[in-house]
Design a protein around this ligand. Structure first.
Ligand code: PXL
Length: 448
């Protein structure tokens, strides 16, 4: 099998987790050979550390290109980030021509600015040069500051209207690129994420998450590297952006929780397992597997909150739903159930998309299916059948005689799905769940 080879062209900031020290491990983790061309060597990155050394490697880049040409090396994709000097832009353009083949893809992250300001190491003519590089790319991954500089428009602070972001994406079409992923975008206070557009199909979308307070260094590189790894692995644009957002947000949360010096970058290492599984799932269609990492549990908890609010609306009073979410579906509650109470939570995915989850625990000679939810948009597409088949296999392999569950007596839609899957009503129960709340349920059981 052909193993893909990517060339990552960034600086090496020896300490501080950004650029090449992030790109190589993330891209390698999904089975892609990732070669590196360092554009500069710095003792640390430039954000927050003072007194760093800076060796510009512009002079080495042409001989490196020439040597690789004598070896006949061709790359399947290029991924550029922080460049060490203005002259490097032309050298990289030549490199793209010298070391590519027909199908080579070019990804450019025009690393040069953030929060409305150009990084101090770059002169005012840098954005125009970077724009030329972007014009050679298939996909670019700028933040809004970088894109505004390259378009020559004024940078605005968020939150943005969708119309504004659409208009900026329209302007970027002039670069002649196939796709764009715009990072660090907020449409409402407290939420931030990435917006993408495929210029061939017009598909536009966004992946948003809760904003974590503070500025985290190197997250742009974690995001872009994860996106390149996932997109080159064959995931759809939306799935690749989702995988990148998930790795980035998980890394930020871990770093925030650890209360460490944020100049050292974010803990992406602990998220690589989940990222690899997500990319694998993206390659394989529908998958069902147990949640093992904190990132997995967080994803399930957030799906749970949105699904419960929607599913119980009109059936269970609002304050009871919020109480139940906190008690049963918060990250902490779920972690406790897994670690101390013998629960397993299954992630249900189609590609890289999280489409639902299920939670079970063996009780006596039966398997108690504590939760099973499919996100609204994915219901009625045949996803629940394979999940019940999986649960039957689990019960059989544990030597249990049946799978049972409780369902609200007014939840007719779910009751009919369970009947269809082979469950029967065996009992009617009123279960107090604390704080004076009571669940009016049926017990339904399926023999395995
Ligand atoms: O993460 C972007 C980046 C890459 N390389 C160097 C940097 C920065 C951001 O500050 O300083 C050297």
């Amino acid at each position: 099998m052909h193993q893909e080879r990517i060339l990552a062209i960034h600086d090496i900031s020896c300490v501080g987790r950004c650029s090449l020290t992030v790109a190589i491990p993330i891209i390698s983790s999904v089975g892609i050979e990732c070669s590196g061309l360092p554009t500069a060597v710095l003792s640390t990155h430039t954000g927050g550390f003072t007194g760093y050394t800076y060796r510009d490697l512009t002079e080495d880049m042409v001989p490196i290109d020439e040597h690789w040409q004598t070896l006949g090396i061709r790359f399947d994709a290029f991924y550029t980030g922080f460049l060490g000097s203005f002259e490097q832009i032309d050298i990289v353009k030549k490199l793209f021509r010298d070391l590519s083949h027909e199908g080579t893809r070019i990804y450019v992250d025009p690393v040069m600015a953030d929060k409305g300001k150009l990084y101090p190491v770059f002169g005012p003519d840098f954005p125009a040069g970077m724009r030329q590089l972007c014009e050679m790319a298939d996909v670019i991954m700028p933040n809004l500051t970088e894109l505004s500089f390259m378009l020559g428009i004024e940078y605005k602070e968020g939150p943005y209207t969708r119309e504004y972001i659409d208009s900026v994406l329209d302007l970027a079409k002039g670069f002649g690129i196939k796709q764009i992923v715009l990072t660090g975008i907020s449409f409402e206070e407290g939420k931030v994420g990435a917006v993408y557009r495929d210029y061939a199909t017009g598909e536009t979308g966004d992946i948003m998450r809760e904003e974590i307070p503070g500025y985290y260094h190197g997250t742009g590189d974690v995001f872009s590297s994860a996106f390149v790894g996932a997109f080159e692995s064959g995931l759809s644009l939306r799935d690749a952006v989702t995988a990148a957002v998930n790795l980035t947000v998980g890394s930020i949360i871990r770093t925030y929780d650890a209360k460490v010096d944020i100049r050292y970058g974010v803990n992406f290492e602990a998220g690589l397992g989940a990222y690899i599984r997500e990319v694998d799932a993206g390659r394989n269609g529908m998958t069902i597997f147990p949640a093992v990492s904190d990132d997995d549990i967080r994803i399930i908890s957030s799906i749970g909150c949105s699904v419960w609010r929607e599913a119980y609306e009109g059936i269970v009073p609002k304050d009871q739903v919020e109480y139940m979410l906190e008690r049963f579906q918060s990250f902490e509650a779920m972690k406790e159930q897994i670690e101390s109470e013998g629960y397993t939570y299954l992630m249900i995915k189609d590609g890289a998309r999280n489409i639902g989850y299920a939670g079970y625990v063996p009780r006596g000679d039966r398997l108690f299916l504590s939760k099973i939810y499919i996100v609204k948009d994915y219901r009625g597409h045949g996803y629940s059948g394979p999940v019940f088949a999986h649960l039957r296999d689990v019960a059989r392999s544990l030597g249990l005689k049946s799978v049972y569950l409780t369902v609200n007596r007014d939840n007719e839609r779910s009751i009919s799905v369970y009947r269809h899957e082979g469950f029967e009503i065996v009992e009617s129960q009123d279960n107090p769940i604390g704080e004076g709340f009571v669940m009016h349920d049926y017990v339904m059981e399926m023999r395995v």
